[in-house]
Each structure stands twice: as C-alpha cells, then as structure tokens.
Design a protein around this ligand. Structure first.
Ligand SMILES: Nc1ncnc2c1ncn2[C@@H]1O[C@H](COP(=O)(O)OP(=O)(O)OP(=O)(O)O)[C@@H](O)[C@H]1O
Ligand SMILES: [Mg+2]
Length: 459
C-alpha cells in the first residue's frame, strides 16, 4: 500500500522507505491497523499487538473478518463513513477505537483503525464510564434483537402483491426516508422492519424497537429522550440515555405508532425535522442521525381526519409506505406456507395434508394472518398421530360453519351474546396465544382491558 508514494523525492530505496514508515508507525503510541480495499490486513503496529494481543504474523495478509470476528472496519469500506469512540474489551484489555476510510482522491483504497488503550487515557475514564453505561443499556435493549436478525429471506410468500411489497421495502431500505409499515395484526410488520434495517446501510448500527402501546404514556417521553440526573424524584444517578440516542446512526422502530400519545407527537416531529434531541430536564441539544421505521395496524390517515393523529407527523413518517397485504388477500401463499412448515420446520418425519384440510385452510378468513396460520398449522402438526394432517386436527373454529340463528335457536338474547363473546375471546386468544403477552394483545385487539379479559374468562 506504500507504492502510491513518490519514492524518488526521498531518494531512498522502496524497501528502506517501507522500513522507515514501519518504524514511524511502530513508534506511535496508539494501536494502528490498516486494511486495503479488499478488507485484507496490510499493516499493524506494535501498540496494536500490545493492546489486543494479536501478533503481526497471525493477521497480516489475512482478511480481517476471518481473523477478527465482528470487526466493524470492513463496513467503513462499504459506506466510507468514519466511526469514533467505539469501546471494545478483550480479556482485561479495554480500548476505544476510531475508524476512518483511506481515500486516494478517486476511490477508497483502504481503511484504518486507531486504538487507544483506556488505561493510557486517564482523562477519558469519566467519558468511558458514561459510554459503558450506554453500552450496557444498549446491550440490554438491543441484545434480544441482535439474537434474532430477520432478513428478507425470512419472509415467506410468492404472492404477486406480497412480492411487490417486498420490492418497495427493499428500495426503502436503501433510502434515508422514514418508512411507514401498514398491515393487519400478524402480517409481519416487525419482520419487515427487521429485514429493512438489516438490508440497508444502517445494519452495522443498532435497531432499537419501541412499542408505543406498551410503554405508559407518562414514561414514553423519558424512554425516548432520556433524562438528566435529578429530573425526577427517583431518577437514576447520571440520568438516563434515551432510545433516540441508543439508535443513533441506526434505526428506531416505532411499533404501534397509532398509539403514540397525542401530546408526545409534536416532540417526535421536532426530532425528525431538526435531527436534534434534548433530554428531559436537560439544556444541551444533541445531534442524532436515525431512520425511523414506524408500524401500525390502524388507519392513520383516517385518524388524522379525526384529529387523533397529527397530520404533520403522519406526513413526516410516511416517507415511503410499505403496505403488507392480509393473508386472506393472498391465499395462493397458503400452499407456500404449508410447504415451508412441512419441509423446513419438521425434520422428524415426512408429513402431508389431505385435500379437504387444504380447502379448509384456504376457505378460512385468517383474521390473525400469518401468525395465526403458523399457530393453527403447528397445532395440527402436533395433533396428528400419523404423518397425515386432516381437518380433525385443526382447532374447531377453523372448520365450523357458524350460522348464528341455528346454533342459538331458542336461547335468550343474553345467552347468545355471552356465548358469542366467549367464542370471540377464545378465537382471539388462539390467534395471539395464551401467554400473558398473548392475552395483552388479545385484550387490546378486543378493545377491553386485561382485567376485563380475565373476568370474562372466569365467567
Ligand atoms: N410473510 C411472512 N413470512 C414468514 N413469517 C411471517 C410472515 N408474516 C408474519 N410472519 C410471522 O408471524 C409472526 C407475526 O409477525 P410480526 O410480529 O412481524 O407481525 P405484526 O404485523 O408485527 O403483528 P402485530 O400487529 O400483532 O404486532 C412472526 O412469528 C413472524 O415471523
Ligand atoms: Mg408487531
């Protein structure tokens, strides 16, 4: 990589020149690692070895990602952006890394990492305590998400409408516009949000999900913006980092945005417009760079008409709209989903499905969409004793032809209403599952509180 320099000016041989440069680099107090445009390690200095324990012989000439799992430097080659202050720990060694592209003026010819050992940088200790707190919080908040990274390959379906949606979502992932994902419950909004994030240029940064419906509105502002120490009676020492800040350079996924409290909406709008946040109780403004992916199963446009959602915020988040069709509008995918479940999730035995059972699956309306389909089909796979799935293996609600007047003949209206209510509750619970989380979602879907749901279940 030193060949680009003009050797003649120095009037030394190229070997001597390289030796000279190597001595200079080795005398620098910071660890240095340089990769070329192909991601191959070309240079490391002695301090790099001191800090990381990695010796020249084991890394020079090798692809960095092969020898240093999780290395971020190659992503600098991809996006040409600097990274600063990345905190790392290896065994007892703690250090902070700055990374930058090396640009020849015409093209990217490599990238460099500069490592500062924390022990050597006493004055940074205070800053680092903060960073570590941020990292701890980051790990907690985003740790689960890093475990499950969905990509576009995880989206099952060949229906033309769904494929169109996927094509728009892929384009959206390469843009800087905010994205609004619309779709009924269980259509895969969260799956799409993941896929968009991991496809795009922000994939090396956090994906921070926030469920606007699950966090009480009184806490949501502090969660999003963070707060300064001493703002609240019980506030944490050192204050709290907000989710906007955690998502910096990455993606903030605002799930169930339709439930965002109206008084918080202008504050969110301001962040999206100005790219700046200020902690609750704080004075200092801080720049942030995030892409927002919002998701909703509500008709936000209609809500803006009823003044339940701010129109200006709606236009801001609706940079690109990704509309996921419900399963009942893409019944050609039922075969694809069956095929997936039979062949990719059940390795133990070969299974098949009778034609009657397939027709029942096609006829059903699937109010809980793909999520409900997975639940129902996996239930049937567990119900069959042999390798054939039949109608009988499905939950009763799927195959029952309901005809209310006949079913409830000669019953009082009160009884009919009660039975219908119970059936709807059971059906909703089958869609969402009987876990606490499932019950919460079911209660929300039914427009009743969790306590009311429990009351009705015990009736
Ligand atoms: N097209 C699909 N391919 C594969 N899996 C899917 C698809 N759509 C949904 N799923 C699966 O269904 C489940 C529900 O998906 P997800 O949580 O993304 O839905 P959602 O639209 O966010 O639902 P809700 O509105 O209830 O939050 C997940 O397990 C997801 O992996
Ligand atoms: Mg969701």
């Amino acid at each position: 990589m030193f060949e680009n320099y003009n050797m003649n000016e120095l009037n030394v041989s190229s070997t001597a020149y390289i030796n000279w440069l190597e001595q200079i680099i080795d005398s620098i107090n910071d660890g240095i690692l340089v990769i070329d445009s192909k991601g191959i390690v070309r240079v490391i200095n002695d301090e790099y070895t001191n800090i990381t324990g990695v010796k020249k012989g084991t890394i020079i000439g090798k692809k960095l990602v092969d020898v240093r799992k999780g290395a971020i430097l190659p992503s600098v080659l991809n996006d040409g952006k600097k990274r600063t202050g990345i905190y790392r720990q290896e065994g007892n060694s703690r250090y902070v890394v700055d990374m930058a592209p090396i640009d020849s003026g015409e093209r990217m010819i490599g990238a460099v990492s500069v490592l500062k050992s924390v022990t050597e940088v006493g004055k940074l200790t205070k800053e680092l305590a903060k960073s570590r707190e941020a990292l701890g919080k980051l790990e907690n908040t985003v740790g689960d998400i890093y475990k499950t990274r969905y990509t576009f390959d995880d989206i099952i379906g060949k229906n033309a409408g769904l494929e169109k949606t996927v094509a728009i979502a892929k384009k959206a992932s390469h843009s800087n516009l905010n994205i609004l994902i619309c779709g009924e419950s269980g259509t895969g909004k969260e799956l799409f949000a993941h896929a968009i994030h991991y496809e795009g240029k922000r994939s090396g940064y956090p994906f921070v999900p926030v469920n606007c419906a699950a966090i009480p509105s009184s806490l949501l502002e502090a969660e999003l913006f963070g707060y300064e120490e001493g703002t609240f009676t019980n506030s944490k020492k050192g204050g709290k980092i907000g989710l906007f800040e955690l998502a910096n350079n990455g993606t903030l996924f605002l799930d169930e945005i339709g439930d965002m409290p109206v008084d918080l909406q202008p504050k969110l709008l301001r962040v999206l417009q100005d790219g700046r946040i200020r902690k609750v109780g704080g004075l200092r403004e801080q720049e942030i760079n995030i892409q927002v992916i919002a998701a909703t199963n509500k008709d936000l446009e209609n809500m803006t008409r009823k003044q339940r959602f701010r129109a200006d915020l709606y236009y801001r988040i609706n940079g690109i709209q990704v509309v996921i069709p419900p399963l009942r509008d893409r019944k050609d995918d039922i075969h694809v989903l069956i095929d997936h479940l039979l062949h990719h999730t059940h390795e133990l035995k070969e299974m098949n499905v009778t034609n009657d059972a397939i027709s029942a699956l096609i006829q059903y309306d699937w109010p809980g969409n793909t999520r409900e389909f997975f639940n129902v089909f996996q239930y049937a796979m567990n119900m069959t004793d042999n390798a054939t799935i039949e109608m009988d293996h499905f939950p009763e609600f799927l195959t029952r032809k309901t005809s209310l007047p006949n079913t409830y003949q000669e019953k009082s209206l009160k009884e009919v209403l009660k039975r219908t209510e119970q059936e709807i509750i059971q059906q909703t619970l089958k869609t969402y599952g009987y876990t606490l989380e499932g019950k919460k979602k079911a209660a929300k879907k039914l427009g009743i509180s969790l306590a009311t749901l429990y009351n009705k279940l015990s009736e």
